[in-house]
Design a binder for this molecule. Structure first.
Ligand code: G6P
Length: 490
């Protein structure tokens, strides 16, 4: 934290993302404040709170307009204001074309190689360009100096770095791509691939979670743009400027010791069992995600099926609690997934359930961080079976919550987190019977081994926390600025 604050004194920080960190909604009790389910928000929020500055995001809450001032600003967090949230308003058409369309039906499946065919419509692309211009104008309006540091977040804003660069040529623009980058062959199906790459290369630094995604990006640029690629120096020269392409594995804020003493894991377990009406002797597996087809939710249910077939003595003794926060639910692919999940859960529950026992409990609702922390602490195992994921912060949140050093993490080999969390049980989510065996291994793992693994996992997450993530990007930015200043001096 201190390094972060000290490294770039007097530097103006501007964060840009689609999703806002605080949403105001009209609820039954008046205006309610919500923190959305987004890995990006959980990672960036503590950083912006520490560094202050301005966060520009789409104002999508039903009470967002009335809670912002005449400049569309609101100071957040509301209980201890630390930075300015600048809301950008989108029309219905912009929201559909840019967010639902190009970003979430085009780039999202494209980058995740999720076996969900990406949809590219020219009209969506028009909206995407227009909204990127709108946000670039907001950055320029908000910038008080000629050389701010602009942190551009994610696949909603591939064109923004170039657009900001045109108007603020001396800005340090750090773009972080929170989702995977596919290989160049897969990327080549995007009809506007050159424009996307050109837009991103307006950045000074381009960050991905893991080296593989950097390599894939560099390979895409090499194939589709007239550029010079320095693989060893991890730099791309293009149009007279250089962009550094680095991996920065994102993380979470390590929780401070604020959990009251009485909230032990045993306490959390009792609470969760009571809330869901479960028998006290069952083992608990938990999954926590947005209801998204990249997360492998159906696949873990198939693995449960396999597990019960192979280990029928576990029927009646294991419950899988799946939290699935509704997400992008106006898109057909997400509606279809919801239906499929419900049908599969009904099938499995009919096959293995009995009076007072349902093996899978599906809760399609958003939960806040405290409720999730209780769930993590109550669980015997946590399953993260993404088919493909940039990093996956649920895996890290689970580890951080387990101060009792118990519990087992079952983690997909295709989540970026598997490169760091080596003591998890690593699985292939496409292999249902293999994943079923991993559940068995987790459920029968001796407590000493659980502790050994969890201790090591906790060391990794504690030291590679989100401040280190932001710190290394900002330190690279500081070095870059120094180099530019030396160059200017001649
Ligand atoms: C992923 C994306 C984020 C996004 C989050 C939630 O983590 O990388 O950019 O905010 O999912 O999705 P949503 O569409 O609800 O913002």
């Amino acid at each position: 934290k201190q390094i972060l604050a000290a490294e770039l004194p007097d530097t103006e920080l501007i964060v840009v993302s689609n999703r806002e960190p605080y949403v105001h909604e009209h609820g039954p009790g008046g205006v309610e404040l919500k923190v959305p389910a987004s890995g990006l928000v959980s990672a960036l929020e503590p950083i912006t709170r520490t560094c202050a500055g301005t966060w520009i995001a789409h104002g999508g809450g039903s009470a967002d307009r009335e809670t912002a001032d005449a400049n569309d600003h609101v100071m957040v967090p509301p209980d201890a204001p630390a930075y300015t949230l600048r809301r950008v308003w989108l029309s219905e058409e912009e929201y559909k074309g840019y967010y639902l369309g190009f970003a979430n039906e085009g780039l999202w499946p494209l980058c995740h190689i999720a076996f969900e065919r990406p949809i590219f419509r020219a009209a969506d692309w028009e909206c995407y360009q227009a909204v990127n211009r709108k946000f670039a104008d907001a950055v320029v309006q908000e910038a008080k100096t000629k050389r701010p540091i602009v942190l551009v977040q994610d696949y909603h804003f591939a064109l923004l770095p170039r657009l900001v660069r045109e108007q603020l040529p001396e800005a340090i623009i750090i773009t972080f791509w929170h989702i995977p980058w596919p290989n160049s062959e897969v990327f080549s199906v995007c009809p506007w691939r050159e424009q996307i790459l050109d837009g991103m290369l307006g950045s000074s630094i381009l960050g991905f979670h893991i080296q593989l995604h950097c390599n894939n990006f560099i390979e895409s640029v090499d194939r589709f743009l007239e550029s010079r690629v320095d693989r060893e120096g991890a730099a791309i020269s293009y149009g007279g400027r250089t962009t550094l392409v680095h991996s920065y594995p994102i993380s979470i804020e390590w929780p401070e010791q604020t959990t009251p003493r009485r909230r032990t894991s045993a306490w959390a377990r009792r609470r969760v069992l009571e809330r869901f009406n479960l028998r006290p002797d069952v083992k608990l597996a938990v999954g926590v995600e947005r209801l998204d087809y990249t997360k492998g939710i159906l696949d873990r249910f198939h693995a449960m099926d396999e597990f019960f077939q192979q280990h029928s003595d576990w029927i009646g003794r294991l419950v899988f609690l799946q939290i699935a926060a509704p997400s992008r639910s106006s898109l057909p692919a997400y509606q279809a997934l919801y239906q499929e999940c419900q049908t599969l859960v009904e099938e499995i529950n009919a096959r293995y359930g009995s009076e007072g026992y349902q093996p899978i409990v599906l809760i399609p609702e958003h939960h806040d961080q405290h409720e999730l922390s209780d769930l993590y602490r109550a669980a015997d195992l946590c399953v993260v079976s993404s088919l493909h994921d940039g990093m996956n912060l649920v895996a890290k949140e689970f580890v951080a919550a387990r101060d009792d050093e118990a519990g087992v993490l079952v983690l997909s080999a295709f989540a970026g987190a598997s490169r760091e969390l080596l003591e998890a049980i690593i699985v292939n989510p496409f292999d249902a019977s293999g994943m079923g065996e991993a559940f068995y291994q987790a459920l029968t793992m001796p407590i000493e081994e659980q502790r050994m693994r969890m201790r090591r996992l906790r060391e990794v997450v504690r030291s590679n926390n989100v401040y280190r993530w932001a710190g290394s990007m900002l330190m690279d930015a500081a070095r870059l600025r120094q180099r530019e200043q030396f160059r200017e001096l001649g």
